[in-house]
Design a protein around this ligand. Structure first.
Ligand code: ZN
Length: 114
């Protein structure tokens, strides 16, 4: 009977090895969208710096929005220096990728050296 126990132990350690490997693979493939305990906020209220008009917008999950045209005064908003998108600059919430990965990880290509 002893060999059965040994075999089960071997399978058990192999199983945890596989799940650990797939977890790190997941992190590698989706660095900016890793599941976190904190849920992402997708709705942000953009406030136009030119006229003060505020508008609730839903942020895209897979991309950062660089340009936004104010519906009240037609000013084309662009991100401030250091910000990745108009939501980070003028919105009440930072964009989903900044929320998930922090400002440093936001919108950075996966392959680029840090
Ligand atoms: Zn405006």
């Amino acid at each position: 009977m002893e060999w059965i126990t040994r075999k089960a132990e071997k399978l058990g350690s192999l199983g945890s090895l596989v799940s650990a490997a797939s977890r790190s693979l997941w992190d590698l493939l989706l660095p900016a969208h890793r599941p976190r305990a904190k849920p992402l906020v997708l709705d942000s209220v953009l406030t136009c710096p030119a006229c003060g008009h505020a508008k609730a917008e839903r942020m895209p999950l897979d991309a950062c929005q660089w340009f936004y045209e104010c519906e009240a005064c037609a000013t084309l908003l662009r991100p401030k220096p250091g910000d990745c998108c108009v939501f980070c600059s003028y919105g009440t919430q930072r964009c989903p990728s900044a929320q998930a990965g922090g400002a440093a990880a936001c919108c950075r290509p996966v392959s680029s050296p840090s």
